[in-house]
Ligand binder design. Structure first.
Ligand code: DLL
Length: 425
């Protein structure tokens, strides 16, 4: 089986990719300038004549967009197509403000499916394979995104959506499911339930997980627990959903961003200037092939770095982005130390006997912030062991409380890991 869905595009040289990006950038700027008052106003404010945008080199002059632009233009004020041509909508709730709305016409749905079809094939899933889609089918883009791509790739779909893990396991076994798709914490949930009922899913070989923090150690735990190869799939409502911005390949050395579809930049969050490859900053995307609501230099809030633009051992040439470290607004500062929840996850998962569920609790006691970690672990793991290991990683010692497996609360969908508690004397 070829691991390429669109080999010609996926293996184009970086020079060829730059040419495609330059041409498409000009077209998308022309497209939004002709159709959207929102974009016209932004160009005007920045003193830019859209006609002067002549290719990639001019990208830096274009102002960035953010989630706030989506909220301010709720529901469809940024629309660039006739409303009658819309076919679907997805919403992400976000933690603050009005939801982010992404609308799709037929072209956009096909573009989404193309990106997802590439992801399926890259993971080793081919026509006729049976897959189970576990994110919810609704306003969250997860369920439908995996679905549209699977239709294009000719897969046999078990569209379970979220929840009822025992039934999910039964169906996987009854239908000999080869691959599952889900949010990271649902991969963990299935793994735990399998351990509880002492069962396995022998047919299962592949998992595609994303939507949440995904550390190397957590990935390894899921791979071992489910007996699969796990892929890190990336995407967001604003760019058009799951898989649009790529996935890692079998070399597992970074997320291949579909660069013929999106321009990837990593910028400094203070100066907003593009950073060199390898430097960590905020991920920014420009969609090159979407019609209804294209994004131009969208600040994602996600932190990562470009690992490489060299040809990958898999043969692909599209840039590789490191696993998402966290979101800018997730960064925690405790006792003067800055860190992201993923660093705690990685450290916890490295302790033998520690299970996959944990809570990061930021305690505010009379205005002084401290950190407490609740974590599920097997007998023999003590709070002291957790504290000692975290001290080595973080440089200060949070409190560590160990819980029996299965006792910390679980959520459906994306897991909530960080909690704030305010107390005073
Ligand atoms: O979470 C899309 C998705 C669904 C991806 C299912 C993978 C699987 P939103 O709800 O709009 O869309 O959330 C997007 O989730 O900006 C990241 O902060 C985070 N995120 C998405 N994928 C990953 C990942 C979906 N692979 C936001 N690793 C993004 C880490 C991720 N964070």
């Amino acid at each position: 089986m070829s691991l390429f869905w669109n080999e010609g595009i996926e293996t184009k040289s970086q020079d060829e990719i730059r040419c495609i990006q330059s041409e498409r950038l000009k077209s998308v700027i022309e497209w939004v300038a002709a159709r959207s008052e929102f974009h016209r106003a932004r160009f005007k404010e920045a003193g830019i004549d859209p006609k002067d945008i002549d290719g990639l080199d001019d990208l830096v002059h274009i102002p960035s967009m953010s989630k706030a632009d989506f909220s301010d233009n709720y529901p469809l004020k940024m629309l660039c197509v006739d409303r009658k041509t819309l076919r679907e909508v997805h919403l992400s709730s976000g933690s603050t403000g009005a939801p982010v709305v992404m609308a799709y016409d037929d072209h956009d749905l096909d573009q989404w499916a193309e990106c997802m079809a590439r992801c399926y094939r890259m993971a080793g899933i081919e026509e006729g394979d049976t897959i189970q889609i576990t994110p919810s089918f609704g306003l969250f883009n997860g369920g439908f995104g995996f679905y549209h791509g699977a239709r294009k790739a000719g897969l046999f779909i078990i569209p379970t959506g979220a929840g009822n893990t025992l039934r999910q396991i039964k169906l996987m076994n009854d239908f000999h499911v080869k691959a599952i798709m889900g949010v990271v914490s649902y991969g963990i949930r299935i793994m735990e339930v399998l351990q509880e009922i002492n069962q396995a899913i022998p047919s299962l070989k592949i998992g595609m997980f994303g939507a949440e923090t995904f550390s190397d150690s957590m990935c390894e735990k899921i791979e071992n627990g489910l007996g699969i190869e796990a892929f890190d799939i990336y995407g967001m409502t604003e760019t058009g959903g799951v898989g649009t911005t790529g996935m890692d390949c079998g070399a597992h050395n970074g997320i291949h961003v579909w660069e013929d579809q999106y321009i990837l930049e990593v910028i400094d969050t203070q100066t907003l200037k593009p950073l060199a490859d390898g430097e960590e900053g905020e991920v920014v995307f420009t969609s090159l092939n979407r019609q209804a609501i294209p994004v131009i230099r969208l600040r994602t809030g996600d932190i990562s770095r470009v690992i490489s633009r060299d040809r990958c051992p898999c043969g692909r040439t599209h840039a590789r982005l490191d696993r998402i470290k966290g979101r800018i607004d997730d960064m925690l500062i405790i006792k003067g130390v800055n860190f992201y929840p993923r660093q705690i996850e990685q450290a916890l998962m490295d302790i033998t006997g520690v299970r996959s569920h944990y809570q990061i609790i930021i305690e505010d006691i009379n205005g002084v912030k401290d950190l407490r970690i609740n974590v599920e672990a097997d007998e023999g793991v003590t709070g002291y062991m957790v504290e000692k290991h975290l001290k080595e990683v973080l440089g200060f010692s949070p409190k560590g409380d160990v819980f029996k497996p299965g006792t910390l609360p679980r959520q459906e969908g994306k897991a909530v890991r960080v909690f704030f508690e305010k107390r005073g004397d």
